[in-house]
Unconditional design. Structure first.
Length: 240
């Protein structure tokens, strides 16, 4: 298993390698899909390619609050990666650093096959996005799952707000079942716990409105503040 760790403070753009039909649902009264724009921004921030322009004949990406699962077809095998990320949250009154902490792991083909079979068994390919599911509720709190897939010449983006809050909807059970399969196959709780202990920030967020702060001594706090100040100075010097 290969692990790549990085603190990112810049963005990278990816040029299109293929033209595909984009099938993206739009809510009534809107001109565009909010989540499509959201993932395009996040892809640049954590250095992920745009699934819609992937060269592979099959590609699956599943967004889960600070964690991104990728599974794709490479010749006759399946490959994949798991990305955990956070954005540094600085104290009130401080200038933003714009830094991201990202850990990307390569997944072996056996795990990728299990995840692909779960995707198939849960019938997610045929499942519509929440906009087209009758009685799928929306809310302000909760978690949003975003599913991006490519199958040859077509790209789909589907979103699902908090399946556990949808009562007895069959479609919600399908999504939540896949979430559970991913968590079990990849032991996500253990992986995320290890990731959290590695975060080199005092406070961080995944953009869901929640800010997490590390408990530390006064000495540790000011040491990290000094490090942030040093980082900003270096960034400004490089721009001169």
């Amino acid at each position: 298993m290969k692990v790549v760790i990085a603190i990112l403070s810049f963005v990278m753009s990816f040029s299109a390698v293929a033209q595909r039909k984009l099938k993206i649902e739009v809510e009534q009264g809107r001109n565009e899909n909010f989540w499509r724009n959201h993932v395009l921004v996040l892809e640049k921030e954590v250095q992920l390619r745009d699934v819609a322009t992937a060269a592979q004949p099959f590609y699956l990406r599943f967004w889960m609050d600070g964690t991104v699962l990728d599974v794709w077809q490479e010749k006759k095998s399946l490959q994949g990666s798991l990305t955990n990320w956070v954005r540094e949250q600085v104290p009130t009154g401080e200038e933003e650093t714009g830094r991201y902490f990202v850990v990307r792991e390569t997944l072996d083909s056996a795990l990728c096959r299990k995840l692909y079979l779960s995707y198939q068994n849960r019938q997610l390919e045929a499942l519509p996005s929440e906009e087209r599911i009758v009685d799928w509720q929306q809310g302000f709190d909760g978690i949003i799952y975003i599913l991006e897939t490519v199958n040859n010449d077509t790209y789909w983006l589907k979103s699902y707000w908090t399946p556990t809050a949808q009562g007895g909807l069959k479609e919600a059970a399908q999504v939540q079942g896949f979430v559970g399969d991913v968590a079990q196959v990849l032991d996500l709780r253990k992986r995320r716990s290890y990731f959290n202990t590695s975060i080199p920030f005092v406070s961080w967020t995944t953009g869901d409105g929640t800010i997490v702060s590390r408990v530390m001594t006064r000495t540790e706090y000011y040491r990290m503040k000094t490090e942030r100040d040093r980082y900003r100075r270096l960034e400004k010097q490089q721009k001169l």
